[in-house]
Design a protein around this ligand. Structure first.
Ligand code: 173
Length: 313
């Protein structure tokens, strides 16, 4: 009799263990050769090693799996549970997504001053998402050009943009063409654009340096790349699984120290391959913020003023 019970219990065990472990699909809005993906992969490995029997991440790939500008919707609808994404790629869900570029304090500080909770409130209400972790921080955007300009007047230039740069570049008279990162090289090669916006790091990932002659300084804003999650999938996790996810989110943010160093290295590397710098004064950078906040306030009178307070130094 006793033996029978044991056998019956043993038969149940694997099924129970499987039910306790949850696998979450994760997609990247950036291509697989991107610095951001390279940064994330060791984190996923460690996550899966420590998460055996708890939670596993199944990385399903980049924009070939889901196109860049559709990743946000796929997370909202639960087609995938998680994504590495930036707000500029899901402004179709809410204008606030793109405001994360305006943070002047680190994610660690945002967790302390209430900004992180505020973001989560908005993401939950408007996009059915949990904002889990910010994995790129302290990284400015720049304007890169194939033609020289000697003042902040971009009239006659065609520039590749995302929502990040739209209002700022438009204010200087540029003609704008929105593309996902995956289409920048071809646009440069064919002369469809005379330049593009991108952070200080990463232009070598896609060989854009081959076509880039100038970088405009100073940089502006703060590149945001984060891990977002479908809210229903989050709610299905047990408290233990949620704790594990929070711990891993903090671990990912704990890796953000690499960006400062990488940004200095990439600045040097750009100079080494012959990319010249065009220097504008700080009024250029200040204008970038003034224009972005004015636009944000217009698009979201409800949240922009509070986010501005929480995001500023
Ligand atoms: O594609 C982009 O230029 C963009 O919006 C972005 C945002 C964050 C990091 C890198 C690129």
């Amino acid at each position: 009799m006793r033996k029978t019970v044991c056998v019956a219990l043993a038969a149940l065990l694997p099924a129970t263990a499987a039910a306790q472990e949850t696998t979450l699909k994760l997609v990247s809005a950036f291509g697989e050769t991107a610095t951001y993906v390279k940064h994330m992969m060791p984190w996923i490995q460690k996550f899966n090693a420590e998460g055996k029997g708890v939670v596993q991440i199944n990385f399903i790939g980049g924009p070939k799996a889901i196109p860049t500008f559709e990743v946000g919707t796929s997370v909202k609808n639960g087609v995938v549970e998680m994504a590495m994404n930036t707000g500029a790629f899901y402004t179709n869900l809410m204008p606030e997504a793109d405001f994360l570029k305006l943070t002047q304090i680190t994610i660690a500080e945002q967790r302390k001053n209430g900004a992180f909770d505020y973001i989560n409130k908005v993401w939950s209400q408007k996009a059915n998402m949990v904002y889990l972790a910010r994995m790129v921080d302290e990284t400015p955007f720049h304007l890169y050009l194939t033609k020289k300009v000697d003042k902040p007047d971009l009239t006659g230039l065609k520039l590749r943009i995302t929502p990040v740069y739209r209002d700022f570049f438009a204010s200087m008279g540029a003609t704008l063409i929105q593309t996902p990162p995956g289409e920048v090289y071809t646009a440069l090669e064919r002369g469809v654009v005379d330049g593009y916006g991108w952070p200080i790091q990463g232009i070598f990932d896609f060989n854009w340096h081959e076509k880039t002659k100038f970088r405009v300084d100073p940089g502006f804003y703060n590149a945001e790349v984060s891990i977002i999650m479908n809210q229903d999938a989050w709610k299905k996790l047990s408290p233990k699984q949620q704790d594990f996810m929070r711990k891993q989110a903090l671990a990912l943010e704990g890796m953000n120290g690499v960006w400062r160093k990488m940004n200095a290295e990439e600045t040097k590397r750009q100079a080494e391959v012959g990319i010249q710098t065009i220097k504008f004064d700080n009024a250029y950078r200040e204008k970038a913020y003034d224009i972005a906040w004015a636009s944000a306030t217009k698009q979201s009178p409800e949240h922009a003023p509070q986010m501005r307070k929480l995001f500023s130094k």
